[in-house]
Design a protein. Structure first.
Length: 325
C-alpha cells in the first residue's frame, strides 16, 4: 500500500514539474518570440531551450532535465564576439547569483550583467574616441585633398582581354604574337603565343604549357611590345590613356634590319669553336714560318749552285788556255 502511494506521489510530482516546465517555456516563447527555440526530448534531457539576446549578440542555451525546476538546468553561453574571459565572467555571475534556478531568472540576470558590461566598456573608450575624432577629421580632410590633386587613373584592359582579342580577331595571326611571363623558378620568360594552352587551368594536364593570367607581364607583336602591365601600356585596345591600337601597330610596323654585328651578338660562337679556330690559326702561322725557312734553304742551295757554275766556267777557261799553248 505504501509503495503504491509513493508511486502516485512521484507521478504527481513529475506531472507538476512537467506542468511548471511547460508553463515557463510558454512564457519564454511569448516574451522572445522567434528568438526562443525549443527542442523536445533530446538525449537525456526533457528539452533544450535556446534564447537569442540579439541586442547583445549573445545566445543562452538551457538543457532541461525531467526533474526541472527541482533539478537545476545546465547553462551554455554562446558569444562569438566577446573574449572567453567575458563569457566565463558572465557564467560565473549567473551561477553565483541565481537562487531560484529558473530559466527566466537566468535570462533577466544575463541581460542586467551584459547591459552594465557594455556601459562600462563604452565609458572607458569615451575619452580616446573623443581625442581621435579630430585626428580622424584631419586625416579624412588630407585624404580628400590628395584625391582632388591626383587625377584618377584610366582603366586598363587586362591580359585576359588581350588573349581573347588575339584568339577571336580574324585580322590577327597568333603566330605573330609572343608572351612575356614570370616563371616561378626561371624568372622572366618569353614564348610564342601559339605555344600556350589558353583553356581553364583546371582542365589541362601537365603535358601542355599553361600559366595563370596574373603572371603575364607583356605581349609583343613581332619585335614590338604592344601591352605591358608594368608600364600600363596598351597598344592593343588603346586603353589606359593610350591612343594607339593594334591596327595602327600592324599598319606602321617595319621589320628592323639585322646587321652583321647583330647576328654576331645574336648567335655568339661557342667557346670550343673559338679555341679550335685559334689553334688552327696558330698552326697556320707555324706552317708559314716553316715555309719561310724552307725558302731560305732553297735560296742558299741556288746560290751554291751558281757558285759551282762559276767555278766550272773558270775551270773550262783554264783548260782552253792550256790547249792553245
Amino acid at each position: 500500500m505504501d509503495a503504491m502511494e509513493d508511486f502516485e506521489q512521484a507521478s504527481a510530482a513529475r506531472e507538476s514539474d512537467a506542468g511548471a516546465r511547460e508553463t515557463e517555456v510558454r512564457q519564454l516563447k511569448e516574451r522572445f518570440g522567434e528568438d526562443c527555440r525549443v527542442i523536445e526530448k533530446i538525449g537525456d534531457f526533457a528539452c533544450v531551450v535556446q534564447v537569442a539576446l540579439k541586442q547583445f549578440d549573445v545566445t543562452i542555451k538551457f538543457q532541461v532535465s525531467d526533474g526541472y525546476p527541482k533539478e537545476p538546468v545546465e547553462v551554455i553561453i554562446i558569444d562569438r564576439n566577446s573574449s572567453q574571459t567575458t563569457v566565463s565572467d558572465l557564467h560565473r555571475f549567473l551561477s553565483e547569483s541565481n537562487q531560484t534556478g529558473l530559466m527566466s531568472d537566468y535570462l533577466a540576470m544575463a541581460e542586467q550583467w551584459l547591459t552594465e558590461y557594455y556601459r562600462q566598456s563604452a565609458t572607458s573608450e569615451l575619452i580616446p574616441a573623443t581625442k581621435s575624432k579630430g585626428q580622424n577629421r584631419r586625416r579624412n580632410r588630407s585624404a580628400d585633398i590628395e584625391k582632388e590633386e591626383s587625377p584618377k587613373k584610366e582603366s586598363m584592359k587586362t591580359a585576359e582581354d588581350v588573349i581573347s582579342r588575339i584568339l577571336w580577331d580574324s585580322n590577327l595571326e597568333s603566330e605573330n604574337f609572343s608572351v612575356g611571363y614570370l616563371d616561378r623558378f626561371l624568372g622572366l620568360m618569353e614564348k610564342n603565343f601559339s605555344q600556350f594552352s589558353w583553356e581553364d587551368l583546371a582542365s589541362v594536364d601537365y603535358t601542355v604549357l599553361a600559366i595563370p593570367k596574373h603572371r603575364i607581364q607583356y605581349f609583343k607583336y613581332r619585335k614590338v611590345i604592344v601591352w605591358d602591365k608594368r608600364k600600363r601600356l596598351d597598344n592593343v585596345f588603346g586603353s589606359a590613356g593610350c591612343k594607339v591600337t593594334i591596327a595602327d601597330v600592324i599598319e606602321n610596323y617595319v621589320e628592323p634590319e639585322v646587321t652583321s654585328s647583330d647576328e654576331t651578338e645574336k648567335c655568339p660562337q661557342p667557346e670550343h669553336v673559338k679555341n679550335d679556330r685559334d689553334i688552327k690559326a696558330k698552326d697556320n702561322g707555324d706552317d708559314s714560318n716553316d715555309d719561310g725557312d724552307d725558302d731560305d734553304v732553297d735560296d742558299a742551295a741556288a746560290a751554291a749552285a751558281d757558285d759551282d757554275d762559276d767555278d766550272d766556267a773558270d775551270d773550262a777557261g783554264d783548260d782552253e788556255i792550256v790547249v792553245f799553248q
